[in-house]
Design a binder for this molecule. Structure first.
Ligand SMILES: CSC[C@H]1O[C@@H](n2cnc3c(O)ncnc32)[C@H](O)[C@@H]1O
Ligand SMILES: [Zn+2]
Length: 444
């Protein structure tokens, strides 16, 4: 006679899409969670016999998926959502965003803005985000207060700000933060040089040395607009990718964000160098940057994850929207309805993002031994009935409003659509107060 094994939680669900193995859909299975990790995934009836859970959660009309991974964002910029719309990138940055950042960004701004973003992301099933912003220590504090997993950007930009005076100062501050927190069960770090047009060759050389020493990813905006490429040709005679290649930056540690304007030779090069891409379809469309050649990137075997970019250029931190747009745009742009099917879009929003961050041993799929980073989506709504294929529904029919529960490292952060760690009333007050300050300064 064998006795049931005690576990923290047993999640029973109508469907589970583990993402790895690719394309698998489990019916009437359960996930046993213990010590923050996935201990087992097995049929409900077997799980009920085998485990004695301290907490049993029955999700009869739900699908469980790996927590969504937002591979590129600037969380604190949620405080600038809707501040400047319908503009191309450089006008948006130069005339609106950078002046507002110069006046208002502080550790306080980043802490409150990033908490606001964490609330939105958790409600939408996002368990992990890759951030690039000033005062990364405040973003780390916000992620920890929310209980989320985050890759914190150690930013580098060749102009002085209230956060740091020069490249050495930016890097010293970022590395000190990383050394203070490393190793951490939820936080990891990336070097985050802003873009080729704001970071010098000398700065890239320093970043590369540190990234290799500490074995960390490099997260950068790259080939976002035609203007970026034209101005690089004018200033250095090289396209940004060629310049970064000569500097040794192209490697499996690179997370290149946007990658809209690419020649086939550049795609071959980034594939050969093992670079990763963060595809941000909403931001690319809203800023009229263009369409990333995603199907070609995938055909070359490049790891492509999905990102929202910030709420100031999207204007949602909504990975359901990015999955749907990525799948639809890939078909429209390649003239192939077979391109980027639902399971692949979900994989990009989960496991491929984890791979790009070097976190795929920890998260990105529902796999025994990985962290219990799980999102439950409720399919009981009339607008999701009937359901022939839950993966199809997730990408083409459902939205973030259908997310009911979220766990990170086994801790429930969203319970029946209610945040368990963040106070939404307080966050709304922060947002209103910042709006008043920003509005007042813009009227002067
Ligand atoms: C150095 S912190 C990050 C920096 O990036 C700016 N930013 C936000 N979105 C974009 C984008 O799509 N392309 C380039 N730069 C962007 C943000 O305002 C911060 O200043
Ligand atoms: Zn960005």
């Amino acid at each position: 006679m064998t006795y049931p094994v005690e576990v923290d939680t047993l999640l029973e669900a109508r469907w589970i899409i583990p993402v790895e193995p690719a394309g698998q859909v489990l019916h009437d299975h359960a996930i046993a969670i213990n010590g923050g990790l996935i201990k087992a995934i097995l049929p409900k009836t077997a799980a009920q016999l085998q485990f004695s859970p301290r907490e049993r959660i029955v999700l009869d009309e739900h699908v469980l998926i790996p927590g969504l991974i937002n591979l590129h964002t600037h969380a604190a910029m949620s405080l600038m959502r809707g501040l400047a719309d319908d503009l191309p990138l450089m006008e948006w940055l130069n005339q609106h965003i950078w002046p507002t950042e110069r006046q208002h960004v502080s550790a306080h701004f980043v802490l409150e803005g990033a908490q606001l973003a964490c609330a939105e992301m958790l409600k939408g099933g996002i368990t992990c985000f890759n951030d690039m912003y000033f005062f990364p220590e405040a973003c780390a504090e916000a992620a920890l207060a929310a209980g989320m997993r985050a890759a914190i950007g150690m930013i580098a930009i060749d102009f002085p700000t209230v956060y740091a005076s020069d490249i050495d100062d930016y890097l010293a501050k970022g590395i000190a933060l990383r050394n203070q927190l490393h190793p951490h069960p939820l936080l990891s770090f990336c070097f985050a040089p802003h873009a080729p047009y704001t970071v010098s060759d000398q700065a890239f050389a320093k970043i590369l040395t540190y990234a290799e020493q500490l074995d960390l990813p490099i997260h950068i905006h790259l080939h976002e607009t035609q203007h970026e490429i034209n101005s690089s040709l004018e200033s250095s005679g090289l396209r940004p990718i060629e310049r970064l290649h000569r500097l040794g930056i192209l490697s499996p540690r690179l997370i290149a964000v946007h990658m809209v304007h690419l020649t086939e030779d550049e795609i071959k090069l980034i594939s050969q160098q093992g670079c990763n891409v963060a595809h941000c379809p909403s931001s690319n469309m809203k800023l009229a940057s263009g369409f990333a050649p995603v199907t070609t990137l995938l055909d070359y075997g490049i790891t492509v994850g999905l990102g929202t970019d910030s709420a100031a250029s999207n204007n949602r931190l909504d990975m359901f929207a990015e999955m749907r747009l990525a799948a639809l745009l890939a078909k429209a742009n390649s003239n192939r309805a077979h391109a980027l099917p639902a399971h692949q879009a979900l994989r990009m929003a989960t496991l491929e993002g984890a791979k790009a961050l070097g976190l795929n041993e920890i998260t990105g799929s529902l796999t025994v031994g990985k962290a219990a980073d799980i999102t439950a989506v409720d399919f009981s709504d009339i607008d999701l009935s009937p359901c022939y294929d839950p993966a199809s529904h997730l990408v083409y029919a459902a939205g973030r409003e259908h997310v009911s529960h979220v766990w990170v490292n086994g801790k429930m952060l969203l319970n029946n659509k209610q945040l368990t760690t963040l106070d939404t009333m307080k966050l709304q007050q922060y947002a209103t107060a910042w709006q008043a300050r920003i509005k007042a300064s813009n009227q002067q």
